[in-house]
Design a protein around this ligand. Sequence first.
Ligand code: URA
Length: 228
Amino acid sequence: MRRLDQLLSSLGYCSRKEAQALCDEGRVLVGGQVLDDASRRVDPAQVKLDEQPLEFPDGLLIMLHKPVGLVCSHDAKEGPRVYDLLPERWQQRDPKVTSIGRLDKDTSGLLLFTDQGALVQRLTSPRHHVDKVYVATLDREPTPAMSEAFAGGLELVEGNERVKTLPAVLRSLGDRRAEVTLREGKYHQVRRMFTAVGAQVTALERTRFGEWSLGDLPPGEWRALPLT
Ligand code: URA
């Protein structure tokens, strides 16, 4: 049970003050009855605002098919943002809705968003080794030697250091395309790994993140997932 005014403001519908105005206008129902006092404690699942149930009152997890050209940043100064593809109200939610990890501006594919901090931790922590699958289009055919190098771990330069990648699986899909499975997420990792074996990535799409696959979700669209 939560106070209605806190609930509506945490879900981005309005400020706590405005919640009382919504009640005064008779727009809030709880269990089918008009609620006139926004300070009352309510069961979020029983609340309707303008005849609609509240959106994801217990937290949200969604997958977006990120198109190329958008940045995974909250800051609009960095260019068109992935957040602009999500309902505007979500930007007012508290806890904040954020992407789980990031994709480069030029990378498309599966991007998860949630307001559950513990889930972000679990899925991005280097200790948990969640599988991420990418389809890369290259400037040449992938070779067995490249697969061996990916499997053995590659040295990448990071600042003044050299870091070794975890074993990764590279499978040729023909037609200069390769499927790559990583268990970590370093900056530009797929592109840098191909550069290290003498190939350039011309297009990159993430098709899977942990247990979630992109399937036939069209670019620019999102769908809700059950919270795990
Ligand atoms: N590897 C990359 O190079 N870019 C991404 O966006 C993700 C993985």
